[in-house]
Ligand binder design. Structure first.
Ligand code: GDP
Length: 362
């Protein structure tokens, strides 16, 4: 929602997705992260997007504060983290883009008491296929019998307050995850023992319920993207690129598309090309809609506010004519000038072809 930054290029928020087996705690973890963002944000900061939520840099700084003694070098340079709100691999497969995924990094949630389950193996296969780096949230540590919860504390603090017996049980359970990850083709270690994050997957023990370990999870995501993905995150004041998350009927608006913009800027009135059921759709943005902040919610005003422009990375709802045949999972591009429409239709067609071939292989 912020306006274009000076200098015309900036580092955008990395796009984070949450995957894992059903009931392992994906939704609870996302709720916890969103709750933290709302509770710790500065006044006026917006955390809710359409289909996504932002953890702003100010919140990351506050959350990382108690970790200073463990990670003295962590400096927050990204404007925040953008979490895609719907977890799981159906939605993840809609985040396609040529050569990989719109997701920059993933959290693979595994119930530490259960270990890998069928959808954990599936998720890891998809992440591998799309070349998306990930960290493992070893969730539900509070369910280890005898665990003493310390709400919202870093894992490295709460672990010091547990009985030695509990600590060794936790080690056994983490070791099981390390072997299962090895079987899936990955070297893995508990995050504080990882020597090289390029070759080893970090496991962060957490409880989505009590919040223990969530500070490290957020700090680690931040640290990893800053260290290894900064180049990918540079974006500029160019015509936007995005992906359609969902096609939705909205009362009074007709068919709208919820999109994730991962590059550039989109403005009201821009000509866009979007993938459609039979052929690409060329249309003009009638409105860019963001969730109306809760405090402004009045019965007659509806759920959304209209904005002039949005910049990457963002989740936004687009209202435009002729979107009935739009396809979830297809690319959306802003066309820089009318004479380039044909060129962009071709780009969208090719991109759809290339991602189809990729997904057929899974
Ligand atoms: P999803 O299907 O992966 O989204 O899983 P949910 O977030 O819906 O969680 C499934 C169940 O596990 C719910 O009853 C949650 O309350 C519970 N749950 C999730 N995370 C934790 C946790 O860290 N500790 C405990 N004790 N329960 C949890």
């Amino acid at each position: 929602m912020s306006s274009v930054k000076s200098g015309k290029s900036w580092i955008r928020q990395p796009i984070v997705v949450v995957l894992g087996h059903v009931d392992h705690g994906k939704t609870t973890l996302l709720d916890k992260i969103r709750g933290t963002a709302v509770a710790k944000k500065e006044p006026g900061e917006i955390t809710q997007h359409v289909g996504a939520s932002i953890v702003p840099a100010s919140v990351l700084r506050k959350v990382a504060e108690p970790l200073k003694k463990y990670f003295p070098k962590l400096k927050i340079e990204i404007p925040g983290l953008l979490f895609v709100d719907t977890p799981g691999h159906e939605l993840f497969s809609n985040l396609r883009r040529r050569g990989g995924s719109v997701a920059d990094i993933a959290i693979l949630v595994v119930d530490i008491m259960e270990g890998f389950q069928p959808q954990t193996w599936e998720s890891i296969q998809i992440l591998k296929e799309r070349k998306v780096p990930f960290i493992v949230a070893a969730n539900k540590i509070d369910r280890i019998p005898g665990w003493k919860p310390n709400h919202d504390q870093p894992f490295l603090e709460t672990i010091r307050k547990q009985d030695p017996r509990i600590v060794s049980r936790l080690e056994e359970l983490i070791y099981r995850l390390i072997s299962q990850l090895y079987e899936a083709g990955f070297m893995a270690e508990r995050f504080d023992r990882v020597k090289d994050f390029r070759t080893t997957v970090a496991i962060v023990p957490v409880s989505a319920k009590t919040g223990e370990g969530v500070p490290e999870l957020l700090a680690l995501l931040t640290g990893l993207v800053q260290r290894f993905m900064k180049k990918r995150l540079v974006t500029s004041e160019e015509p936007a690129k995005g992906v359609v998350l969902e096609v939705k009927e909205e009362p009074g608006l007709g068919t709208t598309i919820d999109v994730i913009i991962y590059d550039g800027v989109i403005r009201r009135g821009d000509t866009i090309v979007v993938g459609g059921k039979d052929k690409p759709i060329v249309t003009k943005v009638r409105a860019l809609l963001m969730p109306r902040p809760l405090q402004d919610m009045r019965a007659h005003e509806g759920k959304f506010v209209s904005v002039e422009q949005v910049v990457a990375a963002t989740g936004v709802k687009i209202s435009a004519p002729d979107l009935d045949n739009a396809l979830a999972g297809s690319p959306i591009f802003v066309v820089p000038s009318e004479d380039k429409i044909e060129e962009y239709i071709k780009i969208v067609k090719e991109e759809i072809e290339s991602v189809r071939i990729k997904t057929d292989n899974i």
